[in-house]
Ligand binder design. Structure first.
Ligand code: NAP
Length: 257
């Protein structure tokens, strides 16, 4: 099967009721995939599925491990083997920008890390014996290094980058493709809550979806955009802490609204 013509390959997209996940589901369907979509808001998923004969609704909370295993089984029984899993669902609670709060930190870890783990488990179990399959995990540029106001969110995203790197090293020799998606700012429900920082180079979810789906086809490990912001942040994170902290404090202070 050619990279540009996936034919009837099956994709599973989590966090597809809005924002990046929804836009990626639509873009994948337009590129020929059969797309199974998951999130908690069943009505939004059903509306998305009603608009496309290639999109199918599988509502569920990624925090529910048994449910994620059941969904993967159902998708494969109904549509065939999952060729691409885009594990994208995630949360950011704006209250974390004000202070450390244990409950909020745990809740962010439960969804962003625990929920992704709950999805990885059945997907890896299905793909490993086949010796093929593609898994992309949505992290964020916020996972590159510490940012004020992002102490829970950024930590979960750093954990996901490290997990994706380890997964690649472990599963690539077994035939699987592992990718990490590190977007900059994208206009979605999540960023609509951000009245704290300026969001340089922000793009629409549809444009982000095209970049992400091109990245799926390219199969490189990291899918990141906009490159200018990503490379600047990555370079800053290589600096010694004596330089990194004042630089980051100044940059984020300037970006404050
Ligand atoms: N927007 C940005 O600038 C940006 C930048 C970097 C990374 N990201 C990452 O991109 C991903 C998508 O975010 P977005 O910007 O598109 O925001 P969004 O519009 O708020 O989408 C988040 C999605 O995650 C789903 N979700 C949240 N908790 C869930 C749960 N427990 N179980 C199942 N689904 C759940 C939501 O659906 P339900 O509420 O229906 O469950 C929704 O579909 C996230 O991982 C986010 O961290 C976003």
């Amino acid at each position: 099967m050619s990279r540009d013509n996936p034919g009837e390959s099956v994709a599973w997209v989590t966090g597809a009721s809005s924002g990046i996940g929804r836009a990626v589901a639509i873009e994948l369907a337009s590129r020929g995939y059969i797309v199974a979509v998951t999130a908690r808001r069943a009505d939004d998923l059903n509306a998305l599925a009603a608009d496309s004969e290639r999109i199918f609704s599988f509502p569920g909370d990624i925090g529910d491990r048994a449910k994620m295993a059941a969904i993967v089984s159902e998708i494969e029984a109904d549509h065939g083997p999952i060729a691409l899993a885009f594990l994208n669902a995630g949360v950011y609670f704006p209250a974390e920008r004000d202070r450390f709060e244990a409950g909020l930190v745990w809740r962010t870890f439960e969804v962003n890390v625990g929920g992704t783990v709950n999805c990885l488990d059945p997907v890896l179990a299905a793909m490993e014996p086949r010796g093929s399959g593609q898994i992309a995990i949505t992290s964020s540029l916020a996972g590159y290094g510490g940012i004020p106001g992002s102490l829970a969110y950024g930590s979960t995203k750093a954990a996901l980058i490290a997990m994706a790197e380890a997964l690649k090293l472990t599963y690539q020799p077994l035939g699987l493709t592992i990718q990490v998606v590190n977007p900059g700012f994208v206009r979605t429900e999540m960023t609509a809550h951000n009245d704290f920082f300026e969001m340089p180079f922000i793009i629409d979810a549809d444009a982000a979806a095209k970049r992400i789906c091109d990245g799926f086809a390219g199969k490189g490990f990291e899918i990141t955009f906009p490159r200018r912001l990503a490379y600047l942040f990555k370079a800053a994170c290589l600096l010694p802490y004596a330089l990194f902290f004042p630089l980051m404090a100044r940059a984020t202070q300037r970006a404050r609204r």
